[in-house]
Structure formats: structure tokens, C-alpha cells
Write a protein that binds this ligand. Sequence first.
Ligand SMILES: [Zn+2]
Length: 129
Amino acid sequence: MRHANLLHAAPAPPVIQPWDYVAMRRNAAGLSVEQLATALGGKVYERHLRAIETPGLRFQQIAALDQAMPFSATVYRQLADLPPLQHPRLCQRCGWDAHTDQPDGCGGLITWSRTDDAICTRCEQVTSQ
Ligand SMILES: [Zn+2]
């Protein structure tokens, strides 16, 4: 009887849930909930932001977060509506996706790390500092 070689089986990446995605993007932008609420238009947004970061809650409509930080409403919808196997590929640390153009801090745009395909070049720089 042969056993599957588990060492060579690629582990499934952890599932990023929609509430994780919002929090990851907010943290990557260096914003607190209060700061993001202010950027969106005021304190009234704080409750909404805490709700969309609450594990287990999925929303049909969310505030236009992309006006205040790099964020994709399309990615949010995919994470909320699709089974994990159909989720878009995201940076496991900051939630960046390949359709969101974002400066990498070195004069270019963020892309996938060449050394760790689970993360983006921006997170790679943070790691190596
Ligand atoms: Zn990243």
C-alpha cells in the first residue's frame, strides 16, 4: 500500500474571509477604524466598519472603501459569495490582489514576491527590513 507523500502536497492556503479582507486592507493602509471612518465621511461610518470586520457577517452593500484606501469591492463580493476554491488569489498578509495597482514604495507597482508566492513585493520588503 502506498501512502501519499504529504511533504510534497501543497498545503491549501488559509481561507481569507471577507471580514479578514477588510481588516487586512485597512491595516496595510495603516489606518485605524476611526481614521478610516473619518476618511469616508465621519463617525457614522465607524459602526459600519466594525460590522463588516465582524467574523461571520457578510454584507451585500458596503461603503466605498476604495475612496479611502486600496480596496476592491469585487474581491469583497467574491470572498463573500464564492466557495473558497473560487476565491481570488490574495497576498496572505495584506490582502493585495493583482488587479489593484498600488505603489510598492520603491518606484514601481506591487506584484507577487518571487521568493514567496503567498505574499506581495510590499510585504516582502517589510519582511526583509
Ligand atoms: Zn502583501
